[in-house]
Structures are given as C-alpha cells and as structure tokens.
Ligand binder design. Structure first.
Ligand SMILES: NCc1[nH]cc(CCC(=O)O)c1CC(=O)O
Length: 314
C-alpha cells in the first residue's frame, strides 16, 4: 500500500489547507495513505528581516524556500502551499499541479465597511498591493503596516487601535473566521494577488514521483488551473512578486474562453493602469504575457520601478 508524506508550514491556515486538500483525496483513494508532516521554517521566526531583504529586491518569497528544499530532498512527497506566496520562477526538479478548485479570490475589510470608515481612519495591511488599492479609492486613509499570520493580524484591530484590517476572504474562511468580515471588497477596484485563494500543490518532477502526480491530478481543477497560470504569467512578465502592487483575476467565461483582468497601482494610489484581455483557455501563459505587454505600454514599468525604489529604501 502506497504511503505519501504531505508537507506544509506549521500555521493553522497551512494545516487547514492540508485537511481541505486531503479530504477528497482520501475519499477517492481509500487504499492510499497520506500523512501530514509540518516543515518548520527558519524563515518563520525571522520573517520580518527575511521578507524585507528578499521581497523588496527580487519579489521572491521567504516562506516557500524551506518547504521546497524539503520536497527536493525527499523529506516529503508533496507540499501544500498558498499559491500566492510561491515565487513565479520555476524551481528546478519541482512542478506545480493543477489546484483543486479555488476559494473566494477576493480581499475583505475586517472591522468596518469601506463607507463606514471615518476620514483618516487607520487601516492595517502590510501588502503594497493592498496599500495602493486602498489609497486609490480612499486617499484619506492612514494605512498602518502589519505582518504575521491571519489571527494575530485580526487581533491588531484591538491591540493597535485600528479601525480595520484587510485580509483575504480565503484565509478567513479556511480558519472559520469569516464572521470577522465587514465587507468583501469589489474585484474591479481590489483585484487580488495572483493565485490568491488557490492552493499551490508542488511535487517533484522525477520519474519516481510519476505515480503520485497521476493520483493528485485526479483532484486538479482545469478552470482554476488556467486562471492561476494566466495570473502568475502576468506577474512573471512584469517581474513582480507577492510584494508588488499587481492585482490580477482570471476567470473562465461561459463560452469557454479565459478572461484575465490586471492592474498595477502606484503605492500612493494616484496612478493606476488596468486592462482586461480574453483568449483561449488552452494558452493561459500567452494571455498573461499579452496583458503584461498592454500594461507595460500604459506605463506599468514606470509605476513598478518607483515602487521598487520606495520599498528598497525602507
Ligand atoms: N501572505 C499571507 C497569506 N497567504 C495566503 C493567505 C490566505 C489567502 C490565500 O490562500 O490566497 C494569506 C493571508 C492573507 O493574505 O490575508
């Protein structure tokens, strides 16, 4: 009987994601054993310094590297990530499988509604994309940088005297914290981080892993896969990472085509370029690349150049 080790970070969100991923697999494959292994991270302890050092410069993710190293070494056979935290550059010998569907992709305001925020209200978020999108619609807001896992970030409403914080609906739902949502933010003004709401299912590409890849592909969702591939291709073409103000949302249309919306916003929210493209769902990377070209023609590089300069001087 086959046994596979499934790795993840130690957070409650990571554990919930593993449970969500394994439930249908265990039902479908009663003869196969999947065992969860937490992979502890140096990067977790010292996330602040790691993030500011890595993400501002390369757009890389400090979180995922140790998970990927454990997978490459063979300590585990598959890793369940949050896809949006994974760098777009492909790690040699590893591959991403189609995600099993997708949670709600949107961001939420917790603690208040947008209209309910007084002038100059203090809103917590550490993500440049969220800062930029908030200031674009509400330049009066005082955006306060916060970091950490989802539950501590929610608690900062009380402990830091914030009026609200911005968090992904997906993480809140998976943690059973959706009661905290004051308003789900509209996709057109607050397009999510590429891959938001999707699990990043990563395996080795070697021949020995082929049977596992075949098993796991039975729970992959083609529509979600096309959407996240297009979103991540856009980000890669813009040379962005999870720390740049790029929002993207891919979706399969009723006619089977893939639509991809993308936005790049300056950190102060004053300049924004936005476009939507449509194309065959069989070529999501091409769609992402064509959207990147349109956004670059409209000035995306200038915006992102200023963002990088601002972030690296922090
Ligand atoms: N960077 C943190 C992170 N990584 C994944 C999620 C949950 C949403 C998801 O799975 O895409 C979150 C929290 C948040 O953004 O609110």
């Amino acid at each position: 009987m086959a046994t596979y080790l499934v790795g993840s970070r130690a957070s409650n969100l990571a554990k919930a994601q593993v449970r969500e991923y394994l439930r249908p697999l265990r039902e479908r494959l009663p003869g196969v054993t999947f065992t969860h292994r937490v992979i502890l991270e140096g990067g977790d302890k010292d996330r602040k310094s790691a993030l500011s050092a890595v993400s501002a410069v390369s757009g890389g993710s400090a979180f995922s590297s140790e998970q990927e190293a454990a997978l490459a070494r063979g300590d585990v056979d598959v890793v369940v990530h949050s896809l949006k935290d994974l760098p777009t550059s492909n790690r040699q010998g590893l591959t991403l499988l189609a995600p099993p569907g997708r949670e709600d992709v949107r961001d939420a305001l917790c603690g208040s509604t947008l209209a309910g925020l007084r002038k100059g209200a203090r809103v917590g978020t550490g993500a440049p994309r969220r800062v930029a999108q908030l200031l674009a619609v509400r330049p009066d807001l005082d955006v306060v940088p916060i970091r950490g896992n989802v539950p501590p970030r929610l608690k900062k409403i009380e402990t830091m005297g914030l009026d609200a914080v911005v968090l992904a609906v997906a993480g809140l739902r998976r943690l059973g914290l959706d009661d905290a949502i004051g308003e789900v933010l509209p996709l057109d003004l607050f397009p999510p981080s590429p891959g938001q709401g999707a699990l990043g299912i990563q395996v080795r590409t070697d021949d020995d892993s082929a049977p596992l890849r075949a098993l796991l592909s039975t729970v992959g969702d083609a529509a979600a896969d096309a959407a996240v591939r297009a979103e991540r291709a856009l980000l890669a073409e813009l040379h962005g990472g999870c720390s740049v103000p790029v929002g993207a949302y891919g979706e399969t249309l009723p006619n089977g085509e893939l639509s991809l919306a993308g936005q790049v916003t300056s950190l102060d929210g004053r300049v924004r370029v936005a476009e939507t493209v449509t194309g065959p769902a069989t070529e999501p990377e091409k769609l992402g690349a064509s959207l990147a070209t349109l956004l670059i023609d409209q000035g995306a590089h200038a915006i992102l150049g200023e963002v990088r300069a601002a972030l690296s001087s922090r």
